[in-house]
Design a protein around this ligand. Structure first.
Ligand SMILES: C[S@@+](CC[C@H](N)C(=O)[O-])C[C@H]1O[C@@H](n2cnc3c(N)ncnc32)[C@H](O)[C@@H]1O
Length: 186
């Protein structure tokens, strides 16, 4: 289940012929995506909904098999801390035993790069709001969300970054500035 899917094509890349997949995004994004005329597939649903409201949950329950994996890439950094709490409560209430991989950035690392970031040069209202300093902090948002692991998105890619960023990267910043956190809902 892809939360905040945007134009992500992960289903077409991962489909093994048996998985069921839901891409969820806001109605205006889903309307744009529908114009792309993607190949129809009975195992894939494109759902217009906000993950901050609970209307999407029954759709996931209806399609869910015994195991459900949620992914959220480029979504949570734009949520406030209280919105993080709301989504984690919804997921742990409804999907105990299931897992999620989500993208987050440590606030300390974002501050370090704020003035260099390509994002800061874009004319956009989508400001990064909040993130986890450490993946293991996730349980402080909700005790039923258990930290499993975290993975740096930059680890191994330092050489392809612009020089002003590369110069300031410490091992701690590489670990924190963009990462994927894996959690399980209890
Ligand atoms: C930065 S894009 C990331 C898209 C995609 N996950 C990717 O990695 O390419 C963030 C996406 O989250 C969606 N989004 C923002 N708030 C949302 C919400 N409350 N519910 C569902 N989707 C949301 C946006 O419309 C946008 O498509």
């Amino acid at each position: 289940m892809n939360l905040g899917a945007g134009l992500d094509t992960r289903f077409y890349r991962l489909d093994n012929g048996t998985i069921a997949w839901i891409d969820i995004d806001l109605p205006e994004v889903v309307a744009s995506r529908q114009k792309l005329q993607e190949p129809a597939n009975p195992r894939r649903l494109l759902l217009a909904a906000s993950v901050l409201e609970d209307g999407w949950v029954p759709h996931v329950k209806r399609l869910a098999r015994s195991r459900v994996l949620f992914v959220a890439e480029g979504l949570f950094p734009y949520f406030t801390e209280s919105q993080h709490r709301a989504v984690f409560a919804e997921l742990s209430d409804n999907f105990p035993g299931q897992e999620m991989l989500f993208h987050t950035s440590a606030p300390s690392a974002l501050r370090e790069f704020a003035h260099l970031s390509v994002l800061s040069k874009l004319r956009t209202r989508a400001d990064m709001q909040w993130g986890l300093e450490e993946g293991a902090d996730v349980s402080s948002l909700n005790p039923r969300v258990c930290f499993v692991a975290e993975y740096s998105l930059l680890d191994g890619y330092e050489d392809s970054l612009p020089e002003p960023i590369r110069r300031r990267l410490t091992p701690d910043l590489i670990r924190k500035v963009a990462k994927i956190v894996r959690v399980r809902f209890e």
